[in-house]
Design a protein around this ligand. Sequence first.
Ligand code: UGA
Length: 465
Amino acid sequence: MELCIIGAGYVGLTTGACLSEIGHHVAVTDCDAAKIADLERGRLPIYEEFLQPLVEGNQAAGRLRFTTEAPAAIAAAEAIFVCVGTPPDRDGKANLAAVERVTRQIAECAAGHKLIIGKSTVPARTAEHIRRTLDTFARNRASFEVVSNPEFLREGTGVYDFFHPDRIVVGCDTAAAAARMRELYRPVLEGLFQCPCHARPAADCGWHAPAWMETSTTSAELIKHAANSFLSLKISYANAIADICELAGADALAVLRGIGLDRRIGEAFLRPGLGFGGFCFPKDLSAFLEIAAELGYDFRLLREVQAINAERVALFVRKLRESLWVLEDKTLGVLGLAFKPGTDDTRLSPAMAVAHELLKHKLRLQVYDPKAMERARAELPPEVVYCGHPEAVAEGAEAVLILTEWPEFRALDWTAMKARMLRPLVLDGRNLFRAGELEALGFEYAALGQGVVAHTTSAAAPVTS
Ligand code: UGA
């Protein structure tokens, strides 16, 4: 199919590249001409595993192109994906200005019959507004079918997720639109692709046929918000349990595993620590609270989810203070700045929030992140020291803080790290280690949920549960 993607952000770019990989002809357009020029030259605005070769390969094969000529791309496409941003307003509501602008542009440029597919995360009934706007501003006797096709890709694993979805949700009004959507996703639904992450056929890379779900546009819009909110709720629940475990002297990781092994609950998203960040959960949670309030429902449960998450950074800094007593004039090493591993995204990153909080205390911060240094540099004050390799954060440090659980941090030479430190204290904000592991090397170790094991140099028995 001939497709047009409007918005070359994380969702649009990943979706566009993946759709071209399964054989569609995709034109990706964006109002940011510099971004399009970079993309044409093979420079991606984000780091996302497997995306660079996917873009290059499909560009070379002539299936993927980047253009600022939105009207021509819209006119040529059978289906147009709306992937523009919906950033939060001051009150937490999603700002739909870009969605409206793009909708009007489509109405003005389109001729013939078009499928308009909403992928941006939007409030309930946005598709209805899009439909009305298209009808109001349509020229050239164009006709439209509006589809809501929410995005469930995770940053960092977006390409993998596209090819291995649990479900594909399609909200639309007609059987004809649903049939076109099914055709569009057929290779993913039937496993007819070579997995770009494993370079193997779908059948050999853990692919399972995803559930296909057709529903109304409003239900599809709500599924996205309800899914993200539920995952946030799981994280805040895990963090509340972690706090209770600390008070009771229990091991939170063992307790949460014991909960998660119940298949009705599941182990995913029960990892306690600094809480959730990024540009999706915090924003979508606020937006969902606003949506519910506008519909006349006070979603108190989600307000508590937000409140628990908001306390995590302060709790972590308090723990650090308990160990270090005074923060002023100390040197601290920081491992991790991205909001989670596998991405360079620092937006609403709990790690960045910890850094900002610590920098209020006139101390020296030596930081390292495998991917997010450039973005962090643009945001943090100039006195921060950026290290060329992770071990360097330990130099003269009175504590090393693990703020993002990059797997490579586990594999560091921690004995060498210890030798560089002024005091061998590790505060683990992401439970990358289990209690006992670093103590066995002579560290003092504390984590959120595993209790404070302060001022010990004796080897503690590793926890086996
Ligand atoms: C999330 C959803 O997982 C996607 O399904 C959705 O498509 C996306 O938002 C979106 O709305 O676009 P993402 O923001 O990439 O994806 O990140 P997640 O992997 O879901 O993690 C979110 C945050 O929760 C991270 O800060 C992570 O460190 C934290 N987290 C996650 C925990 O603190 N504990 C956990 O157990 C899991």
